[in-house]
Design a protein around this ligand. Structure first.
Ligand SMILES: Cc1cc2nc3c(=O)[nH]c(=O)nc-3n(C[C@H](O)[C@H](O)[C@H](O)COP(=O)(O)O)c2cc1C
Length: 307
């Protein structure tokens, strides 16, 4: 099993960080992932004591090990931000891959891929103020593949692992992830391969190239993707995709966890309900009904009626 610094993973399948998706309740649903990443956390806002940002840092012992992902640009607030998450996170990750305009526009996220020396500076700053393992999540490069150089800088700066989404910033989410670029990496730290891992067959292939396989979009609305992949890796079995009643059950589990952690809001619940009921025979009808709902209690009753 993969080790990141002194943190031993349960298995080498990893839930990707996803803003507005991988909050604590969702991470708990993905119980068979070997490691789960938080949503990206704005280190500036965190260090200023922003309450909404602090809420992104909720955790509990059942989800261990967990990686908290920071993003930002300036190194000065890093020490404060790290001190605020250090006791909660098993691993501290930094985001060098986010392509969102509001993030890249101010020079952070994937914009940092244009500045490899700054990437190294950020990692060494974090390493310098925590005893927790530090990791980086990158893309292959900004507009061209520069992954070998970026990874070397990250390793030399003291990181304990690197996760690579095998696309450049310019590629966004288009085309196929370029897994052959990952084959060029020869590092002394674990490499986690990411991009288009959706099922057991692809996870197996990714694990032939990299130490870990990180799964993002395939885990949206399908937290059990990890258990199905693990079974495939164990004995080659391909399980049937779950049906409506099982998926509604997951949604209701999510709701209970959101209640427990005081994270219920209509917008997020609606988003989850849409995701859990995608790709089913009645998805279109359900989506239309969900769009009309303006009240949490009513939505829960509607979802219960689908079981
Ligand atoms: C809705 C959504 C939110 C995301 N948020 C983040 C994020 O907060 N931090 C990050 O590093 N990557 C983020 N990503 C990128 C994913 O972690 C992952 O790199 C990407 O989706 C490719 O993997 P996949 O093909 O398995 O989805 C996000 C992706 C999606 C679809």
């Amino acid at each position: 099993m993969m080790k990141i610094g002194n943190v031993k993973l349960k298995n080498n399948l990893i839930l990707a960080p996803m803003a507005s998706v991988t909050n604590l309740p969702y991470r708990l649903l993905c119980k068979d992932a070997g490691l789960r990443y938080s949503e990206m956390i704005n280190l500036n806002a965190l260090s200023r004591g922003n309450k909404a940002t602090e809420k992104l840092c909720l955790t509990c012992k059942e989800e261990k090990p967990v990686s908290f992902q920071l993003f930002g640009l300036r190194t000065e607030p890093i020490k404060k931000a790290v001190s605020m998450i250090e006791s909660k996170a098993d691993i501290i990750d930094f985001n060098f891959g986010c392509p969102a305009h509001q993030v890249v526009g101010v020079g952070s996220g994937a914009a940092l891929l244009k500045r490899p020396e700054k990437v190294g500076k950020i990692i060494s700053t974090i390493v310098g103020c925590t005893s927790k393992p530090v990791t980086a999540k990158i893309r292959l490069g900004y507009d061209k593949n520069n992954v070998v150089k970026l990874c070397k800088i990250i390793e030399d700066a003291g990181a304990s692992a690197v996760a690579v989404h095998a696309r450049t910033y310019k590629q966004g989410f288009s085309g196929k992830a370029n897994w052959s670029a990952l084959k060029e990496l020869d590092l002394g730290i674990p490499v986690i391969g990411n991009g288009d891992v959706t099922d057991g067959r692809k996870a197996k292939k990714m694990l032939e190239i990299c130490d870990g396989a990180m799964i993002g979009r395939a885990a949206i609305g399908d937290p059990m993707v990890f258990s199905r992949i693990l079974k495939y890796l164990e004995n080659g079995s391909v399980e049937k995709m779950p049906g409506l009643s099982e998926k509604v059950g997951w949604f209701l589990d999510y709701y209970k966890l959101a209640l427990k952690y005081d994270l219920v809001n209509l917008h997020t619940l609606k988003q989850r309900a849409q995701e859990f009921t995608k790709n089913l025979r009645d998805s279109r009808i359900i989506r239309k009904e969900l769009n009309k709902i303006k009240d949490v209690d009513f939505m829960i009753k509607y979802m219960e009626s689908l079981r």
